[in-house]
Design a binder for this molecule. Structure first.
Ligand code: HEC
Ligand SMILES: [Cu+2]
Length: 306
């Protein structure tokens, strides 16, 4: 099996066996990590850090919270979207205040916008799969967290190279206790990948285009075409059957970063931002299992080459 997978012959002239149209991203995770390490080493060398018992370096973040608890959000704000998240089996319920709800699709959010996200555990059945209601949606179990982002003039500078426009972030425990704002550097670092064209939000398009956040079904008829889509933490369709020499194309139609990684090790897209594609030409017959290295629990697929 492994031999078969490894024995992919070089491609004929002019056709790359592996083409990757991923765009360059500001604040790529690897780059951040490297920068981090460099900073760490630099400060260690300058004697700022001592030999041991030092906490790991933090991502740049505000030291004071300017977001605030969004009192009354569940009654006074508009419901933005409800997203059933298959990979970590959560229901994410997002609300927006009046300013946020007045935003126009494709335009940045106005100052004063506040977005609030509740994360709930999905109810699970005996086999550990999410229970579905009569319209196929996850059923909300206990609430786990409360995440808030707020946009005001001049906000966000403290996140430095991970700055996401003029948003600042806050996380609250269920009793309303504020988590240390110094820890919100990771919020900005991840939302930076969503990019400025969506004003550094991920799934607010569900609100602007009145779309459902239900787990999607595979578009029919793709199982033999060599096309696969990444949507809502799934590969759709999960299985494709193609003939030798087919170029299989995966498109990231999701609002999150994914990878297309062969279990056998012979292809790996690296981080694919939303809107990008990855292609691979299959020469040798066989069954090729692949997964997303970021969300392996639900993102796994298969290419059968005849
Ligand atoms: C690893 C990446 C990541 C990190 C870290 C992260 N988020 Fe998000 N956030 C997302 C994604 C992706 C969504 C869309 C829902 C989904 O797919 O789960 C989202 C959604 C949101 C939303 C709803 C608006 C939107 O963008 O669709 C808010 C508000 C939010 N996050 C706040 C926060 C806060 C506050 C923190 C830090 C405490 C944080 N996030 C950390 C990835 C991240
Ligand atoms: Cu993924």
């Amino acid at each position: 099996m492994a031999c078969q997978i490894e024995a992919v012959p070089p491609r004929p002239l002019g056709a790359a066996g592996r083409r990757n149209s991923r765009r360059h991203l500001r604040g790529d995770a690897v780059q951040r990590l490297l920068m981090f390490t460099a900073l760490f080493i630099a400060s260690a060398a300058s004697g700022v850090l001592f030999a041991h018992a030092q906490p790991p370096p933090r991502l740049p973040a505000p030291t004071e919270d300017r977001v605030g608890y969004p009192a009354g959000y569940s009654t006074d704000y508009s419901l933005f979207y409800v997203f059933d998240r298959v990979d970590n089996r959560q229901v994410r319920v997002v609300y927006g205040n009046q300013a946020a709800a007045s935003a126009t699709a494709g335009q940045p959010f106005p100052y004063g916008s506040i977005l609030v996200m509740e994360t709930h555990r999905a109810l699970l059945d005996e086999t550990d799969n999410p229970v579905l209601d009569e319209v196929g949606r996850f059923v909300r179990g206990d609430q786990a967290g409360l995440f808030v982002m707020r946009k005001e003039p001049g906000f966000g500078a403290a996140y430095e190279h991970n700055r996401t426009g003029e948003w600042e972030y806050a996380q609250f425990a269920l009793d309303g206790t504020l988590m240390p704002p110094q820890n919100t550097g990771s919020c900005a670092a991840c939302h930076a990948d969503a990019g400025g064209t969506r004003d550094w939000t991920w799934r607010t398009g569900l609100y602007f285009y009145s779309q459902s956040g239900a787990p999607p079904l595979a578009p029919p008829g793709l199982e033999r075409t060599g096309r696969a889509y990444m949507q809502a933490y799934l590969f759709l369709p999960e299985s494709n059957t193609v003939t030798t020499g087919t170029t299989v194309v995966w498109s990231n139609d999701d609002a999150a970063v994914h990878t297309v990684t062969a279990a056998g090790g012979n292809f790996d897209s690296g981080r694919l931002p939303p809107g990008s594609t990855f292609e691979y030409v299959f020469i040798e017959p066989g069954t090729y299992e692949y997964f997303c290295s970021l969300h392996p629990r639900t993102m796994a697929g298969r290419i059968v080459v005849n």
